[in-house]
Ligand binder design. Structure first.
Ligand code: PRP
Length: 189
C-alpha cells in the first residue's frame, strides 16, 4: 500500500508560522494602501515564488490597483544562485508614468532584484518601489534598496508560502527550513 507523503515530514523547523505571516502581510497591505491612496499602483508579482504573497497582499489593500506578473528564474533546480537572471515572462502592459511596486517573496543575493529594478526603471515609471516578504541580509552580494520588508531571516535555505526546492514545497502555508535529507533527495531526483 502506498503511504501518503506529507510535506510537513520534510521540515526540520518552522521559521515563520502561517498566522504570523498573514498578520505581517496585512500590516504591509495597510501601510501600502496609505502610500498609494492617491494613485492606482501596478503591483508586479515576480513569479513563481511571489504568487501567494502577492495574492494575500493585494487582498489587504482595499484601494484601486492593478496586478501584473513577470516570471524570472535564477536558481533552476539548485540551492545556489546561478549568477544569471533570465526573464521567462515579460510584462504585457506599459508602466511609463505609473507607480510600480515590485512584489518579491525573498531577497537573497539581491541579483534578481538588482536586474529587475534597472530593467523596469528603464521603462520610466513615475515611481518604482520594492516590497519583499523575506530579506536574507547575510546572503547579499549586491545592495538593493528595499522599501518594505516583511521579515529578516537567517542565511538558511527556506521553503513554503511560494518558495520552492526543485519546484516543490510552494504550497506550504508557512516558511520552513528543510531537513538535510529532504534537500539531498530533491537534488538527486
Ligand atoms: C527566487 C525568488 C527571487 C530570487 C531571489 O526565485 O523568488 O526571485 O530567487 O534570489 P536572489 O536575491 O539571490 O536573486 P527563483 O529564481 O528561485 O524562481 P521562482 O520564484 O520561480 O522560484
Amino acid at each position: 500500500m502506498k503511504t501518503t507523503v506529507r510535506l510537513d515530514d520534510s521540515i526540520a523547523e518552522v521559521l515563520i508560522e502561517a498566522d504570523v505571516l498573514q498578520d505581517r502581510v496585512k500590516e504591509l497591505g495597510a501601510r501600502l494602501s496609505v502610500l498609494y491612496k492617491d494613485s492606482v499602483p501596478i503591483l508586479v508579482g515576480v513569479l513563481k515564488g511571489a504568487a501567494p504573497f502577492l495574492v494575500d497582499l493585494m487582498r489587504a489593500m482595499p484601494i484601486p490597483l492593478q496586478v501584473e506578473f513577470m516570471a524570472v528564474s535564477s536558481y533552476g533546480r539548485n540551492t545556489q544562485h546561478s549568477g544569471v537572471v533570465r526573464i521567462l515572462m515579460d510584462l504585457v502592459v506599459g508602466i511609463e508614468g505609473r507607480d510600480v511596486l515590485i512584489v518579491e517573496d525573498i531577497v537573497d543575493t539581491g541579483l534578481t532584484l538588482d536586474y529587475l529594478r534597472s530593467y523596469l526603471e528603464n521603462q520610466n515609471p513615475r515611481s518604482l518601489r520594492i516590497v519583499a516578504l523575506l530579506d536574507k541580509v547575510e546572503a547579499r552580494r549586491v545592495a538593493v534598496p528595499l522599501d518594505y520588508v516583511g521579515f529578516q531571516i537567517p542565511n538558511e535555505f527556506v521553503v513554503g508560502y511560494g518558495l520552492d526546492l526543485a519546484e516543490q514545497y510552494r504550497n506550504l502555508p508557512y516558511i520552513g527550513i528543510l531537513k538535510a535529507l529532504a534537500v539531498a533527495e530533491a537534488l538527486r531526483s
